[in-house]
Design a protein around this ligand. Sequence first.
Ligand SMILES: [Ca+2]
Length: 241
Amino acid sequence: MFRTLLFLCLVKYASALIQRINSGFAVKWTGFDGRVVSEPLMFEISNIYSRIQCVVLCLQNEACVSVFYRRQHRRCQLHDVLFMSPEDGEREAGAVYYSLTAGDCPLEYVHKRLLNFCYQLRLIIARRDGGLADCTSRGEHFVVIDSEDKQNHIVKQIKSSSGALKRNYFFDGSDAANEGKWILHDGRPMTYFAWAPGYPTNDTDGKDYITAHGGDMTYRWHDRRGRERKWYVCQKDLWIN
Ligand SMILES: [Ca+2]
């Protein structure tokens, strides 16, 4: 019923088993073997007899980003975020972890298929120009947050990784060219904003770039200077849904 191809590939935590099922890919993160992360959980399904079946259930649910499967309990747990650090999990012998992607969203990126949204939290601190150069060197740009759904999702994603918490991130959006006129990297005017209370300041002293403020864990937006050092998020545009 499902074409299954197996490849071996090197990724961050260890060699990974990639399984291609229809148009989707499941990537096994061996660094998570014997560990699970229970929160946040979309839902849990019992009496699932194989990891492939668990992965297929995730692929069939566009909100699903990753799964934990434990054969001993025949238990499949679906999550709508990508877990990045095995240290965030708890020991559970026999558990395996897979992230899901489809189309041309790269491995180790978050692929929120429901929103056709592919991005990577870059856990590196840089001035705006340096972070942007990193994104553009891979044909990407700072993440575009143009809806409440995307803002809510990325906040949930950030909160799901201890290594990403309480950081401030550059997102796409600037009013450097015309004070108070916020545009995206491609010149489109912005129509959605998630400003923190009291923002934007609209100061004329270079506070021209949108950042998500993590100090209070809200990740609402500030207008900040490009020379400040922040973390950042790169987005890859997908041309197929
Ligand atoms: Ca400004």
